[in-house]
Design a protein around this ligand. Structure first.
Ligand SMILES: Cc1cc2nc3c(=O)[nH]c(=O)nc-3n(C[C@H](O)[C@H](O)[C@H](O)COP(=O)(O)OP(=O)(O)OC[C@H]3O[C@@H](n4cnc5c(N)ncnc54)[C@H](O)[C@@H]3O)c2cc1C
Length: 452
């Protein structure tokens, strides 16, 4: 049966509070039905939790019952084109197990902690290679879930519209306990860099987006620098493992956050702090310049496991997506926004900002690239005084320019941002949610505020 576990009830990685009444660990999927049905014993909202790495209150606690899925951690069946696994399996563990069999997922995030339950029901946009496959959930071709009434349901791709709704349902329509994901043969990826000014980037943008491969950008608004990372599948290339990539990864993920955190906590003057952050940007650029000629590696090698306790992760970010066609202009406006904000409030992000190109993907209702090809923009920081206010202003800026947010990765969202971005899709989801969960067993205050 279920086991009660304790978990810090203070601020999580996103700096928000959840405070459930109970935290339970489901040991078998049958436990989920029992929890849903025992309404007196296990108060609403019943919220499923994977790695607890979301940047928002999408899990939510609200004095209800939080169900930890980490014990549902078995990979059940490897096939030629698919893999079947339980919802608590982490994507990093799955990618390593697939690599041993010469297989991989067609999309690879940088963090390995993400649970397959979250992969199935949240919006996780990744630098994409082809139309139709830009969010992790589009890899999911079958889900087994337990409905709010405790009923077992299996949904496959033949139920296309239902899959589309479930793939961004955030645990509001049921608890996923098993998924089937599509896999492909393990293929080396060539990674090349070009460091450009904003003007150079804008001039070559059409060329960048027309060429094949996935695009990830590393953006320094105060240095007028955009490093374009192109990832292309290289079936026949030898792996280089030159070590440069490891340095890049280390600088991006360890040195920068640690440095920013030290800077933030030790140095109080923003001038001094920002001068040092600029120094780190320069060091990163030098590293990337050395790797400009290209590195060839397997995708799972760039995944990194952050601490198991999500609240210990030092850096945070927020994410919006913008239509591809206008992206250079949006980036110029973002640079101007950052400068104006810094001038007025003395705050600027101390970690290099990221961005990913997303091909159009209609696999989920709240896909960030549902309406067409997009680029994400991800302000990143180690937090600190001024970060929350920066994000509030950035949200209004992004929304006014036609941005699309993510319920698990865009912080400080307001209902008007959501309505503007998703329009009728919100109405459709709200109607369906009310019909499938009339007693609001799975509904928390975060989604009640944003979706009604
Ligand atoms: C420091 C940091 C770095 C990050 N880097 C990346 C990155 O490189 N790439 C990337 O894509 N994302 C990244 N993220 C974002 C993060 O991966 C996502 O927000 C993802 O949702 C987290 O997965 P999780 O297992 O922690 O989900 P949780 O936060 O545990 O849950 C997310 C949502 O899914 C629901 N849910 C979870 N499991 C189930 C289930 N079994 N059934 C039904 N509903 C369920 C929850 O209720 C919640 O609404 C990062 C986050 C942080 C804090």
């Amino acid at each position: 049966m279920v086991m009660k576990v304790s978990r810090p009830t203070g601020a999580d990685a996103s700096g928000t509070y959840r405070r459930p009444r109970f935290v339970l660990r489901a040991r078998r999927f049958e436990d989920l039905a029992a929890i849903f049905q025992k309404t007196k014993e296990y108060p609403a909202p019943v919220r499923l939790i994977g790695a607890d790495y979301s940047q928002t209150r999408c899990v939510g606690g609200d004095g209800g019952t939080t169900v930890d899925t980490s014990a549902l951690g078995k990979i059940l069946e490897f096939g030629a084109e698919t893999v079947r696994a339980q919802a608590g399996v982490r994507v990093g563990a799955l990618a390593r197990a697939l690599a041993e069999r010469g297989q991989e997922l067609a999309l690879t995030p940088e963090i390995g902690n993400i649970s397959l339950g979250a992969v199935a029901v949240t919006t996780l946009p990744q630098p994409s290679f082809q139309p139709g496959l830009a969010q992790m959930s589009s890899l999911v071709c079958e889900m087994k879930l337990v409905s709010p009434q405790g009923k077992q349901i299996v949904v496959g791709e033949q139920a296309r519209d239902l899959m589309r709704v479930l793939r961004s349902s955030f645990g509001l329509l049921g608890a996923v306990h098993e998924v089937v994901l599509r896999v492909r043969p393990l293929t080396p990826v060539r990674i090349e860099y070009q460091a450009l000014s904003l003007k150079e980037f804008a001039a070559r943008f059409t060329q960048f987006t027309a060429a094949p491969g996935a695009l990830r950008l590393h953006i320094s608004p105060f240095n007028d620098r955009i490093t374009v990372e192109r990832r292309t599948l290289a079936e026949t290339a030898d792996l280089t493992r030159s070590g440069i990539w490891q340095i890049r990864n280390s600088v991006m993920r360890n040195v920068l956050p640690a440095f920013g955190s030290t800077v933030g906590s030790v140095l109080s003057g923003p001038g001094l702090r920002n001068a040092m952050a600029t120094g780190v940007h320069r060091a990163l650029r030098a590293t990337l310049d050395r790797a400009a000629s290209g590195v060839v590696m397997h995708a799972h090698e760039w995944m990194r496991d952050l601490p198991a306790e999500a609240w210990k992760a030092r850096y945070t970010y927020s994410l919006w997506a913008f239509p591809q066609a206008d992206f250079p202009r949006r980036l110029a406006e973002y640079f101007a926004f950052c400068r104006a904000h810094y001038k007025r409030h003395g705050y600027r992000c101390n970690v290099i900002n990221g961005a990913s190109r997303l091909h159009q993907d209609r696999g989920s209702l709240f896909s960030l690239s549902y309406s067409g090809p997009m680029f994400t923009l991800e302000p990143s920081s180690t937090g600190g005084h001024g970060w929350d206010e920066f994000l509030i202003d950035f949200n209004d800026f992004a929304s006014s320019l036609g941005g699309v947010p993510s319920f698990n990765q865009t912080r400080a969202l307001q209902p008007e941002h959501v309505t503007k971005a998703f329009g009728d899709r919100i109405k459709l989801f709200r109607a369906l949610r009310k019909r499938t969960d009339p007693l609001n067993r799975l509904h928390n205050s975060y989604f009640a505020y944003l979706l009604g």
